[in-house]
Ligand binder design. Structure first.
Ligand SMILES: Nc1ncnc2c1ncn2[C@@H]1O[C@H](COP(=O)(O)OP(=O)(O)OP(=O)(O)O)[C@@H](O)[C@H]1O
Ligand SMILES: [Mg+2]
Length: 323
């Protein structure tokens, strides 16, 4: 099996907040290989965006990595100087956000910005960068790319803007594309189109993709492998088919059971997992999910769960799961 392009190993990160700290990532280990699409799933507040941001070294100023490494093509990026880290972004790793306007300035045309995004391709003339940008807009499905090049970002529809943001990321020829909820702001049709586009691009460019989404349908459509997060930990990691057909961690089971796409039509209402996330300013000693888990025992509340290997690329953080 090929070496991972990007990996985090035992990464712990906390946010300093008035009066304490929030343990947003605890001992997270996950890797993505070339040509692979890794999904990160979990409820709101579980640490998905924090993990995605940590992978590209884009966490806020109140964030502090307390342990672990992030390796990109073998190098520990957290050990690099700030200048070298900045150089990696855009050169080897690119990010697409929920709101595509974060990628663009409102005061410059899309074309001008797509040319600027290629700052790292030193050998290319401006005219060539313009052509690459135009071709990439066509590639991501803008029907009139020449017209779009001359528009300001707000003059494009939300779906077109997200396509343009993906084009911007790909123009840099990254080895990893990290997308945080790239379809969440879009309607269902547009979401399906963006998922389809990402799948095509992944096949064409063979870059690794890490996609954060609370939408399990997107995971099922797009991903090869999934990491399910709960309260700052990866509680289950599995190939996508195995996860959907045979979820092993009680939290994964609850998450799938509550997927609105699966049961909203049947019941007419949105279900939720009972209970709440634990307080991350003082995470529990035992299993984080114990208070909401139907099969938790005293042991689950008392001791941190082991990571149980369940086969190739498959593990769960649980006292009760059998290997
Ligand atoms: N800059 C910050 N300062 C303090 N706490 C933060 C900051 N960013 C996130 N958090 C906290 O860290 C935890 C993880 O947040 P994160 O945004 O990573 O979750 P998420 O899984 O992406 O959620 P969502 O699905 O709502 O986007 C939450 O408790 C959140 O409140
Ligand atoms: Mg998020």
């Amino acid at each position: 099996m090929s070496e991972p392009v990007l990996s985090v190993e035992n990464l712990s990160l906390r946010y300093r907040v008035p009066g304490g700290a929030i343990a947003a990532l605890r001992n997270v280990s996950i890797a993505v290989r070339q040509g692979e699409v890794l999904g990160i799933a979990g409820e709101s507040g579980c640490g998905k965006s924090t993990l995605a941001a940590a992978m590209i070294d884009l966490v806020g100023t109140n964030a502090e990595v307390t342990s672990g490494v992030v390796r990109l093509n073998g190098r520990d990026i957290l050990a690099l100087s700030p200048v070298d880290r900045r150089r990696l972004r855009g050169r080897e790793i690119a990010m697409v956000f929920q709101d595509p306007m974060t990628a663009f300035s409102p005061v410059l045309t899309v074309g001008a910005q797509l040319v600027d995004f290629q700052f790292n391709l030193d050998g290319l003339a401006g005219r060539e960068k313009w052509r690459r940008a135009r071709d990439m807009l066509a590639r991501v499905g803008l029907s009139d790319p020449d017209h779009a090049m001359g528009r300001f970002p707000h003059e494009l529809s939300g779906g077109m803007r997200q396509r343009a943001a993906i084009a911007a990321a790909l123009l840099m020829r990254p080895s990893v594309l990290i997308a945080d909820e790239p379809t969440t702001a879009l309607d269902v049709t547009m979401e399906a189109q963006i998922v389809h586009l990402l799948r095509q691009l992944q096949a064409d460019y063979r870059c690794a993709i890490v996609i954060v989404t609370h939408h399990l349908g997107v995971i099922a459509e797009l991903c090869d492998r999934v990491a399910v997060m709960y309260a700052g930990e990866v509680v289950e990691e599995a190939p996508v088919d195995a996860l959907f057909h045979d979820p092993r961690h009680p939290y994964t089971r609850a998450l799938l059971a509550c997927d609105p796409a699966r049961i909203e039509a049947a019941t007419g209402r949105l279900p939720a997992i009972g209970g709440r996330l634990p307080d991350l300013s003082s995470p529990p000693t035992g299993c984080s999910f114990a208070d909401r888990c139907g099969i938790a025992t005293d042991r689950c509340r008392a001791a941190p769960p082991p990571r149980v290997g369940l086969g190739p690329d498959r593990n769960a953080l649980c006292h009760e799961v059998a290997p």
